[in-house]
Design a protein around this ligand. Sequence first.
Ligand code: PLP
Length: 458
Amino acid sequence: MKPISSQLKTKMNRLGLRTLRGEKAWEERAADVMPGGVNSPVRAWNGVGGHPLPIASAKGAMITDAAGREFIDLVDSWGAGIVGHAHPQVVSAVRAAASNGLSFGATTEAEVELAEEIRARYAPAQKVRLVSTGTEATMTALRIARAATGRDVIVKFAGCYHGHSDALLVAAGSGLATSGVPDSAGVTAGVAKDTMVLPYGDVDALTDAFAEHGSRIAAVIVEAVPANMGVVSPPEGFHRLISQLCRNEGAVMILDEVLSGFRAGPAGGWGLERDADVAAGHEPWSPDLVTFGKVIGGGLPVASVAGRADLMDLLAPVGAVYQAGTLSGNPVAVAAGLATMRLLDDDAYARLDKVSALLRKGVSEQLHAAGVPHAVGRAGTLFSIFLGLSEPPITFDEVSDQDALRYSDMFHSLRSSGVALPPSAYEAWFVSLAHTEAHVDRVIDAVKTWGGREAKAP
Ligand code: PLP
């Protein structure tokens, strides 16, 4: 472990955390008042071990903890920070909005602009309802689908995460996998029985499910790019098949782009498939409903359910599906989202593509050089590294064969080299527009320094 610099000691003294033992004191204080010391489970580092200090600030590609240690951030607020932390244009838009009033509980012009911005980039989003979290968005999408079809059953895929509403908290990927619990306690058998879980990418399981239960299926929900079990590249034709089966059987296809939307590519995971279909001469398919989050809020709480106008108009006040939110479309949050989206032009996506490619290639080369078996999962600019696998996985069972203990070694070693990886082997590595080639080189050097050795949490 590195010696503590005098600067670090001063800062820790100020926090009342005198030595690295002090980190434990911090953790105890947090855990005394908040379950597990966190407000979202994966932040507790259960998947890698160790005790995170609170974060003090972040700027550009860097994040700084309360002891003043700086890290190249590859978490980026789990994908929301696509333009880099505290981007001046986003901060100034937020300041301007805040000075006009924090919340009105009434519609603003900026909400309409954000909805228009989403629709202009993503054609299947004919109408948009803004909400505050991805969980609300997917929960509402299910409600619309059930209302539209008069059916109960939802099909989801093992390892895909769609937020923490009861019906979707079954075999749900990263957070649960990291905590070592397959399904959440507190979800009633009654709710779980209406959720059918299939292996991701399994054509036979999907066609059999429709053959047997088609008339009971209200919706199939799938991540446009599964990225909550590490990043899985959607098998060619799988999502098109979902779309066809849903259309044939009168079910609703819900594409969850909360993580991948406006991040995997300019039109999310769907856009990548549309472009590939057009290039291959296939007729592109479209989801009936789609959910967004993360990027469209630029780091503040905005998410949305969107899709076919006839389905969206089932929502109150037009239709009979109730959904509401005191802070939905909050003006400050919408200002952050709009400013972020407006920074995402063709050049921005070309840059994200380039940096993401350099990073995954450089990291993979260093791992090869160190003799660490691994596979790279990738879709567009999204990627993750699976240690211990020789092929990119598709199903959650395949993902679960990765060497999560070795990931923990890599995590801690890179941290001591000033790189913050996601604290779980089941998460994507996120790059932003603020990551430069120099940052990429530093991450690659850090992987070289690690060299596959054991590394324990401080
Ligand atoms: N859907 C996907 C694909 C996600 O990755 C997430 C969150 O990570 C959600 C839904 C839930 O979003 P939120 O955490 O905003 O509720």
